[in-house]
Design a protein around this ligand. Structure first.
Ligand code: FES
Ligand code: FES
Length: 161
Protein backbone atom coordinates (compact mmCIF):
# COMPACT_ATOMS: atom_id res chain seq x y z
CA UNK A 1 0.00 0.00 0.00
CA UNK A 2 1.33 3.44 -0.93
CA UNK A 3 1.96 6.06 1.69
CA UNK A 4 3.40 9.53 1.74
CA UNK A 5 7.08 9.81 2.68
CA UNK A 6 9.47 12.73 2.83
CA UNK A 7 13.06 11.90 1.94
CA UNK A 8 16.05 14.21 2.24
CA UNK A 9 18.30 13.23 -0.67
CA UNK A 10 21.44 15.11 -1.62
CA UNK A 11 20.20 18.16 0.26
CA UNK A 12 16.77 18.26 -1.39
CA UNK A 13 13.47 17.29 0.21
CA UNK A 14 11.63 14.76 -1.92
CA UNK A 15 7.94 14.03 -1.31
CA UNK A 16 6.90 10.67 -2.68
CA UNK A 17 4.00 8.25 -2.63
CA UNK A 18 5.48 4.80 -2.23
CA UNK A 19 5.10 1.40 -0.68
CA UNK A 20 7.34 2.10 2.31
CA UNK A 21 8.55 -1.50 2.37
CA UNK A 22 10.31 -0.98 -0.96
CA UNK A 23 14.06 -0.87 -0.82
CA UNK A 24 15.82 2.46 -0.87
CA UNK A 25 17.86 1.49 -3.95
CA UNK A 26 14.76 1.09 -6.08
CA UNK A 27 13.25 4.32 -4.82
CA UNK A 28 16.45 6.21 -5.65
CA UNK A 29 16.70 4.71 -9.11
CA UNK A 30 13.08 4.32 -10.19
CA UNK A 31 11.32 7.16 -8.38
CA UNK A 32 14.03 9.80 -8.19
CA UNK A 33 16.06 8.98 -11.30
CA UNK A 34 19.30 8.66 -9.34
CA UNK A 35 20.85 5.74 -11.20
CA UNK A 36 24.41 6.20 -9.95
CA UNK A 37 23.78 3.64 -7.22
CA UNK A 38 23.96 0.26 -8.95
CA UNK A 39 22.07 -3.00 -8.64
CA UNK A 40 24.17 -6.08 -8.02
CA UNK A 41 23.42 -8.98 -5.72
CA UNK A 42 20.38 -7.30 -4.10
CA UNK A 43 21.30 -9.23 -0.94
CA UNK A 44 23.70 -6.86 0.81
CA UNK A 45 26.76 -8.83 -0.30
CA UNK A 46 28.52 -6.79 -3.00
CA UNK A 47 28.34 -3.10 -2.07
CA UNK A 48 27.51 -1.60 -5.48
CA UNK A 49 24.37 0.00 -4.03
CA UNK A 50 26.14 1.76 -1.13
CA UNK A 51 24.87 5.21 -0.17
CA UNK A 52 25.25 7.32 2.96
CA UNK A 53 22.38 7.54 5.42
CA UNK A 54 23.02 9.96 8.26
CA UNK A 55 26.67 9.91 7.16
CA UNK A 56 27.03 6.12 7.43
CA UNK A 57 27.45 3.79 4.44
CA UNK A 58 24.46 1.49 4.05
CA UNK A 59 23.43 -1.14 1.52
CA UNK A 60 20.46 0.51 -0.11
CA UNK A 61 19.32 -2.78 -1.68
CA UNK A 62 18.35 -4.19 1.72
CA UNK A 63 17.24 -0.96 3.41
CA UNK A 64 13.47 -0.42 3.42
CA UNK A 65 12.78 3.18 2.56
CA UNK A 66 10.59 3.47 5.64
CA UNK A 67 13.71 3.17 7.82
CA UNK A 68 15.45 6.17 6.30
CA UNK A 69 12.63 8.68 5.99
CA UNK A 70 13.69 12.01 7.52
CA UNK A 71 17.37 11.04 7.61
CA UNK A 72 19.86 12.72 5.29
CA UNK A 73 20.75 10.48 2.35
CA UNK A 74 23.70 11.12 0.06
CA UNK A 75 24.24 9.28 -3.21
CA UNK A 76 27.16 9.48 -5.61
CA UNK A 77 25.27 12.23 -7.46
CA UNK A 78 25.41 14.42 -4.35
CA UNK A 79 29.08 14.06 -3.50
CA UNK A 80 30.62 16.84 -5.59
CA UNK A 81 30.74 20.23 -3.88
CA UNK A 82 30.52 23.61 -5.57
CA UNK A 83 31.10 22.04 -8.96
CA UNK A 84 34.24 20.28 -7.76
CA UNK A 85 34.58 16.54 -7.64
CA UNK A 86 34.94 15.11 -4.15
CA UNK A 87 38.62 14.25 -3.45
CA UNK A 88 37.74 10.56 -3.61
CA UNK A 89 36.12 10.97 -7.02
CA UNK A 90 39.18 12.84 -8.27
CA UNK A 91 41.54 10.28 -6.79
CA UNK A 92 39.70 7.39 -8.46
CA UNK A 93 40.17 9.19 -11.78
CA UNK A 94 43.81 10.07 -11.09
CA UNK A 95 44.69 6.52 -10.04
CA UNK A 96 42.63 4.92 -12.82
CA UNK A 97 40.89 2.98 -10.05
CA UNK A 98 38.17 1.56 -12.27
CA UNK A 99 37.80 -0.64 -15.30
CA UNK A 100 34.14 -1.19 -16.15
CA UNK A 101 33.19 1.25 -13.37
CA UNK A 102 30.18 -0.69 -12.13
CA UNK A 103 31.47 -0.98 -8.59
CA UNK A 104 32.85 2.55 -8.47
CA UNK A 105 29.92 4.54 -7.01
CA UNK A 106 29.54 2.06 -4.17
CA UNK A 107 33.31 1.95 -3.62
CA UNK A 108 33.50 5.72 -3.37
CA UNK A 109 30.54 5.99 -0.99
CA UNK A 110 32.02 3.28 1.24
CA UNK A 111 35.38 5.05 1.13
CA UNK A 112 33.73 8.25 2.35
CA UNK A 113 32.59 6.30 5.40
CA UNK A 114 36.09 4.90 5.83
CA UNK A 115 37.78 8.31 5.73
CA UNK A 116 35.27 9.77 8.17
CA UNK A 117 36.08 6.96 10.60
CA UNK A 118 39.82 6.78 9.81
CA UNK A 119 41.04 10.04 8.24
CA UNK A 120 44.57 8.62 7.84
CA UNK A 121 43.94 4.91 7.28
CA UNK A 122 46.66 2.30 7.05
CA UNK A 123 46.60 -0.07 4.10
CA UNK A 124 45.30 -2.76 6.43
CA UNK A 125 42.46 -0.53 7.60
CA UNK A 126 41.51 0.26 3.99
CA UNK A 127 41.50 -3.41 3.01
CA UNK A 128 39.49 -4.43 6.07
CA UNK A 129 36.91 -1.63 5.78
CA UNK A 130 36.44 -2.05 2.04
CA UNK A 131 36.33 -5.84 1.94
CA UNK A 132 32.55 -5.92 1.61
CA UNK A 133 32.72 -3.95 -1.63
CA UNK A 134 33.49 -6.26 -4.52
CA UNK A 135 35.17 -5.39 -7.82
CA UNK A 136 34.86 -8.03 -10.48
CA UNK A 137 37.51 -6.28 -12.55
CA UNK A 138 40.08 -6.68 -9.79
CA UNK A 139 41.12 -3.06 -9.48
CA UNK A 140 41.72 -3.36 -5.74
CA UNK A 141 45.36 -2.15 -5.69
CA UNK A 142 44.39 1.02 -7.57
CA UNK A 143 41.38 1.54 -5.30
CA UNK A 144 43.67 1.39 -2.27
CA UNK A 145 46.00 3.94 -3.88
CA UNK A 146 43.05 6.21 -4.69
CA UNK A 147 41.86 6.14 -1.10
CA UNK A 148 45.39 6.90 0.10
CA UNK A 149 45.58 9.83 -2.33
CA UNK A 150 42.26 11.23 -1.15
CA UNK A 151 43.27 10.86 2.50
CA UNK A 152 46.49 12.77 1.82
CA UNK A 153 44.62 15.46 -0.11
CA UNK A 154 42.08 15.93 2.68
CA UNK A 155 44.84 16.06 5.30
CA UNK A 156 46.65 18.70 3.23
CA UNK A 157 43.55 20.84 2.74
CA UNK A 158 42.20 20.34 6.25
CA UNK A 159 38.94 19.06 4.76
CA UNK A 160 36.67 16.26 5.85
CA UNK A 161 35.55 13.40 3.63
S1 FES B 1 23.29 -4.75 -4.67
FE1 FES B 1 23.33 -4.07 -2.62
S2 FES B 1 24.94 -5.14 -1.70
FE2 FES B 1 24.82 -5.97 -3.71
S1 FES C 1 35.73 -1.67 -12.08
FE1 FES C 1 34.49 -3.25 -12.90
S2 FES C 1 33.56 -4.12 -11.16
FE2 FES C 1 35.00 -2.74 -10.34
Amino acid sequence: MSEHLALMVNGSQEEIEIDAERMLLHVLRDKLGLTGSKIGCAEGQCGVCTVLVDQQPVRSCITPVREVADQPIVTIEGLARNGQLHPLQQAFLDQDALQCGYCTPGMIMAAVGLLRQHPAPTTEQIVEYMQGNLCRCGTYPRIVRAIQQAAAELAHSGGQA
